[in-house]
Design a protein around this ligand. Structure first.
Ligand code: NAP
Length: 210
């Protein structure tokens, strides 16, 4: 769902996109590529990681490390990896729990395992249709950034604002701050159950705006 939404937006913006999956010619990836013209292609996680200048991790969170290992550390080396995944565990039904939390996060684990990749966590605190179309919700609302590499975060901020249309991007600090945004998921899931739809977001309100 997220991979399809982000990839389609990137194609609309004129980029070349390769959708990765565990197997080459994955049915959903082929359907997406066929629908999205000559700049769209598909392959394995490894093919996609080798192809991309920038990588979006849109894999199911508790399988992200396996997916990224199959993408290959050489293919991810020196690249920005935009991590949108949440380590949600649905194995015991709903409400889902977090498989990684408190003193660790998926973003940190990815950064630790791939030290030469610039991991930036963002967009994981909202539904995917909103990730690429923030104006679908009226008024001010926020997305967050976490990552160790300042230049990588600046580039991702540019992608969020110039490509996707975000007006408020709050840089929380290093990749450890991904703990907080991943741990927003339980309240996000409660709100979705309460509202009956995912069309909402978090807004941070302060007394004194700088
Ligand atoms: N849905 C949303 O709106 C939303 C919003 C914010 C964040 N997120 C996060 O974004 C991520 C993607 O969510 P989603 O709903 O689009 O899809 P999803 O069903 O959570 O993930 C699908 C992806 O995970 C891969 N995958 C599944 N099992 C795997 C395994 N055992 N080993 C390796 N890779 C595996 C799939 O590979 P194949 O293609 O090979 O099947 C596919 O690429 C999740 O971490 C989710 O928490 C979702």
């Amino acid at each position: 769902m997220v991979g399809n939404t982000i990839s389609t937006k990137l194609i609309q913006l004129g980029h070349f996109v390769k959708m990765g999956s565990r197997t080459v010619h994955n049915q959903k990836a082929v359907e997406w590529a066929n629908k999205n013209g000559k700049n769209a292609s598909e392959g394995t996680f490894s093919n996609a990681a080798e192809f991309g200048e920038i990588i979006f991790n849109c894999t199911s969170g508790l399988n992200s490390i396996a997916a990224l290992k199959s993408a290959g550390s050489e293919n991810l080396k020196n690249k920005i990896l935009i991590d949108i995944a949440n380590p949600l565990d649905f194995s015991k039904g709903m409400p889902a729990t977090l498989g990684i939390c408190n003193n660790d996060s998926l973003g940190e684990q990815i950064q630790k395992i791939f030290p030469e990749t610039k991991v930036v966590k963002t967009l994981n605190t909202m539904n995917c249709s909103l990730q690429v179309n923030p104006s679908m919700i009226p008024g001010d609302h926020d997305t967050f950034l976490s990552g160790n590499d300042e230049a990588a975060k600046n580039k991702v901020k540019e992608i969020l604002t110039d490509w996707f249309g975000w007006k408020s991007v709050i840089d929380l600090g290093d990749i450890k701050t991904a703990r907080g945004t991943e741990m927003l998921l339980p309240i996000w899931l409660s709100l979705m159950t309460k509202f009956g739809n995912p069309d909402f977001n978090f807004r941070i309100v302060r007394k004194n705006q700088q």
